[in-house]
Design a protein around this ligand. Sequence first.
Ligand code: HDE
Length: 703
Amino acid sequence: MAVGKRGRRSGPPSSREAARDPRSAERIERGDQSLTTNQGLPIADNQNSLKAGTRGSTLLEDFILREKITSFDHERIPERIVHARGSGAHGYFEVYESQRKLTKAKFLQDPKTRTPVFVRFSTVVGGAGSADTVRDLRGFAVKFYTDEGIYDLVGNNVPVFFIQDAMKFPDFVHAAKPEPNRAIPQASSAHDTFWDFVSLTPETIHAVIWAMSDRGIPRSYRMMQGFGVHTFRFVSAAGQVQRVKFHWKPLLGTHALVWEEAQLLAGKDADFHRRDLWDAIAAGAFPEYELGVQLIREEDAEAFAIDLLDPTKLIPEELVPVTPLGRMVLNRNPENFFAETEQVAFHPAHIVPGIDFTEDPLLQGRLFSYTDTQLIRLGGPNFHELPINRSHSPVQNLQRDGFMRHTIHPGRVAYEPSGIDDGSPRQVSAESGGFESYAAPVAGTKLRDRTASFFDHFSQARLFWNSQSPVEQDHIVGAFQFELAKLETQAVRQRVADMLQNIDRGLAERVVAVLGIQLGKPPATQQVASEIDVSPALSMLNHPGAGIATRKIAVLVADGFEATEVRALRQALAKAGATAVLIAPRLGPIVPREGAAIPADHSVATVSSVLFDAVAVPSGKESLAALAASPAFARFVQEAHRHAKALWIGAGADALLDSAGIDSSAASQMRGVVASGRSGFAKGDLIGFTDAIAAHRHWARAV
Ligand code: HDE
């Protein structure tokens, strides 16, 4: 059982919570049941179709075969046009203390209220079957089943978006998706049409530099931040209005893969993030995120260098700190991927009293798009009746009929006002909890244009660049180099490189160093000085989280390993909440130098270092000789070293290190390498190893 930041227990869902879940009415429990058709007719033979003799044709009369095949033919629904690849989890949200002064939203009033949630994490560009670890932004969509109806916070793992106006969304997505003639590349921005669009649309550059940073390749859905992106409004019962930006911060810290690792993982385990989320929840290591808000008084809304209505901009946390409101714990895996993760329908317009929109033109467009897309994806207007989408508070209105209507409304009256029946359901005044839009003052001429304050596209991209540590900057340079080197059209490569100068001349120079081109004239821009030059909160390295809970450590062994060392390692890791996974040349029992054999968890043939956070090679002369003779183990160690992971090196591993291309004489001096001495390991080594894992990566060693 995990313990939350505020020391609360994060147990599995209680029976009361399960009973509240409207899905319970729709669940088909497995038991000793008869096989039937959809009409309930018991089926006597599920093996053979109805034929004219054993060698004859199948008869059209076979309604059982036809029903089965028809159902199968219609199993797929259209995948989401964006965010098609996703993984979901159930959990709950609870507020730390009443936020009555900030908002009248009921689920933010009482620390004793546990609001059920369903979360869907996703990549944006790839199809439903694409790999989890591609370079992309991640969706972070949360559905709160509140007592006032559904509230959806449909955000991403970075705080800014690529475009400023909904009008450009189809263009942006068409440019990023596989090119329409060849339908390649899948789930990748490294192609001409994406960068062509970017080079001609400078407002994209801020989100692009986030995507090229390590934020684009998260280690885990459990280790990434979430952002509402747009500015919203909080409205209190006393009528006080504030602008609000939402933040999710993971308890485990914000961590990334390295690019080569992400690429290898796409082949080794395309489901890496999905599996990681599922396994953690199944093991009771419930992911936890803190919800925080940046608050700006309505009257101060225009006090910043940036425009709060511009979704390509953020407010640095150093200017407006994030106030923690509560925590979300994910403690239950879905039971059926299709029914829950696939059919869940999020919508930024699913809001509750106390939260309201702003006039952000991207948000305004989203308010249309999400219902519209469900009409085609989920087949009609009644998708809110699907169990996963159903409000936990009563739904009463006079909308009727349509495809797949589940509810049955008796009576003659489906209109309002009516004097024939009791006039129910009635509208509810704002004082009694009815939703009332914030009365934002609006005046203007009808036009198609943008406010002048939207035209600075580079100041915050520069702020982001300046706020990265040197190693994070190296990774950004590498990502731009990779993507631009993949382009086929030289003019696009040139335009992007020239544009990068408007972020930072040094960045542009470093990027073109491997592209075989010279920098040209930077395009003209408008730039507004930002209030600060550096925002430490933007560097992932400043969000390390605590400890090594849920980390997976590969322990490489063959017959003859030192059992005492493996036992001590296992205990130390388990104590810290991490898991040691035994990897051997074969499955079955592996025999130590002394003591009882231990079964291997995996054969080296089916795993790879990229699936683990750190690697341990325990002592044992015979064991180490066998590992050193195996190219698979040498590669395992060499890759983990190259990806800057913590390494535990047992006594006498020189031959293995040599075959892994690591200078064995220098190993014990390397950052993040714990080399146990000839006289065996000490307690301090175990602490050193867990500390090295907690540091995530040891960049000084990366080669
Ligand atoms: Fe979305 N977006 N989006 N989006 N979005 C969808 O809705 C859209 C935007 C986000 O796990 C679609 O049900 C428009 C910003 C997430 O089911 C669609 C615009 C942000 C998810 C759609 C945006 C997001 C979606 C596709 C610009 C971060 C996945 C399927 C005006 C704040 C939700 C669907 C899930 C999904 C439209 C921009 C986040 C087509 C038109 C900005 C996390 O309706």
